[in-house]
Design a protein around this ligand. Structure first.
Ligand SMILES: [Zn+2]
Length: 91
């Protein structure tokens, strides 16, 4: 779908990177996101990190796919949530 064609109906009317709103009561609209706790074993500060999800939506049949906006950072957070493993590079 990122290549601009719907896998369901074959249409090229694909809306890329649409922001998905996550309504939060009276508060400001948030973007839909995933949360990863980089220190899930910690008592208080679990090092939660949030990553925005974007949708690619077909303008013909309405099919929608979700993609993390920053997959590299998401994966780094996932790595650091498994043990103390600092991903390659910093720290
Ligand atoms: Zn479609």
């Amino acid at each position: 779908m990122k290549r601009g064609q719907c896998p369901k109906c074959g249409s090229c009317r694909v809306i890329p990177n649409a922001r998905i709103i996550d309504r939060n009561g009276e508060y400001q609209d948030m973007s839909l996101s995933v949360r990863i706790e980089t220190k899930p074993g910690a008592l208080l500060f679990k090092g939660a990190k949030e990553f925005e999800l974007k949708a690619h939506i077909c303008g013909e049949c309405g099919y929608a796919e979700l993609y993390a906006a920053e997959p590299g950072k998401l994966w780094d957070a996932q790595l650091s949530s498994q043990g103390n493993g600092a991903p390659q590079g910093k720290r």
